[in-house]
Ligand binder design. Structure first.
Ligand code: OSB
Ligand code: MG
Length: 374
């Protein structure tokens, strides 16, 4: 069987997060993104979601650069092509530098389409084996310690299996001390989103006493070398997020000893195939991975759930229930967390349908791009 595309529709979406999400570099409340709909000649439809934010604070990509890359560069490359497997999309886009979130938006839609045509869940197409996945909560910076402790209590009560809190200079060691005092046994980790430098080694060593699962991306977003120096000086395992764009970056990080854990986000690395390759490489080298999040709406969240079903996703992912993020998610059924786990759907493809009424409510505009030969 081969995938023959007829057209691709880009749906510009705008959704408001229930809770503004604050990190060391800013606040996100509005989600401005694309749902990519790939339509095959047999009528099968695959869905993907772009994860770049409106402003380039996490990586260099934005919603507008995604639009440009999709319309002017990547979609024209699909014209007249047939695919026998979605991994070929990664190869096709390889000559184009970076812009991995834009590539992933199409590539992940092609995986959904492929799995639907094969009549298998996306998890199975990716080689995933888990029936349920474990999830944790990622909490943004809060104005007060009390507000943070209250949120942690709420999500621990709901069953989330680990808690991730954001830290930055001035809101770190004492904050973690307070959290540990209130929750001595909760699996806890911190994410600095690049807020520190090597000059902070002595300070970051103070986190060693709190039995943290890991510290995520303490140093610069484009660094791999300094993280190796830091990892040698602290007990807490380092996890890389922003520094990892590709399998090659992962190989570099593991060879240098820059981290012990990798946060895999398919959008950041250019798609599900690259994410799968990173997973397999880490598994072979005894490095644990887990699935990060980009405050996705339902389509992106669904892709994450299937990806996290692969065996070496050993730690709970940043994958919450739909209701943790949005008043009304664009998928049917919604993603539900029970006892800190999500069931991996067993229907073909992503296994969640688009909730048409909700989708229309948040859809700003749509652009249709013909890619068929005829
Ligand atoms: O650093 O992992 C991050 C959200 C947006 C951008 C970067 C990050 C995050 C999160 C939240 O930590 C993940 C989620 O709940 O989707
Ligand atoms: Mg992170």
């Amino acid at each position: 069987m081969s995938i023959q595309l007829e057209y691709v529709a880009l749906h510009r979406m705008n959704m408001t997060l229930k809770d503004p999400f604050m990190t060391s570099f800013g606040i996100v409340q509005e989600k401005d993104f694309f749902i990519v709909e790939v339509v095959a000649d047999d009528g099968t439809i695959g869905y993907g979601e772009s994860v770049a934010f409106a402003a380039p604070w996490y990586t260099e990509e934005t919603t507008e650069t995604t639009k440009h890359m999709l319309l002017d560069i990547l979609l024209p490359m699909l014209r007249g092509r047939t695919f026998s497997h979605p991994r070929e999309v990664r190869k096709l886009f390889e000559p184009i530098r970076r812009n991995r979130m834009a590539k992933a938006a199409i590539e992940s839609a092609m995986w959904d389409l492929y799995a639907k045509q094969q009549g298998i869940p996306l998890a199975e197409a990716l080689g995933g084996t888990k029936k349920t996945i474990d999830v944790g909560i990622s909490l943004g910076l809060e104005p007060t310690v009390e507000a943070l402790l209250e949120k942690i209590a709420m999500y621990v009560t709901k069953g989330y299996k680990r808690v991730k809190i954001k830290i930055k200079p001035g809101m770190d060691v004492e904050l973690v001390r307070e959290v540990r005092r209130a929750f001595p046994d909760v699996p806890l980790m911190v994410d600095a989103n690049s807020a520190y430098t090597l000059g902070d080694i002595a300070h970051l060593q103070k986190l060693d006493e709190f039995n943290l699962l890991m510290i995520e991306q303490p140093l610069a977003s484009d660094d791999i070398i300094d993280h190796a120096t830091l990892q040698r000086k602290i007990e807490t395992p380092v996890c890389l997020d922003e520094s990892i764009y590709s399998l090659t970056d992962v190989e570099t990080a593991i060879r240098l000893g820059s981290c012990k854990i990798i946060n895999v986000k398919s959008g950041r690395v250019g798609g599900l195939e690259e994410a799968r390759l990173i997973h397999d490489y880490c598994e072979k080298h005894g490095v644990a991975v887990w699935c990060g999040g980009m405050l996705e709406a339902g389509v992106g969240r669904a892709h994450n759930i299937h990806l996290a079903s692969l065996s070496n996703f050993m730690l709970p992912g940043d994958i919450g229930s739909s209701s943790r993020y949005f008043a009304n998610d664009i998928i049917d059924p919604k993603v539900v967390v029970r006892n800190g786990t999500i069931e991996v759907p067993t229907e073909p493809g992503i296994g969640y349908a688009i909730d048409r009424a909700v989708f229309e409510q948040y859809r700003q505009e749509s652009i249709t791009f013909s890619v068929s030969t005829s």
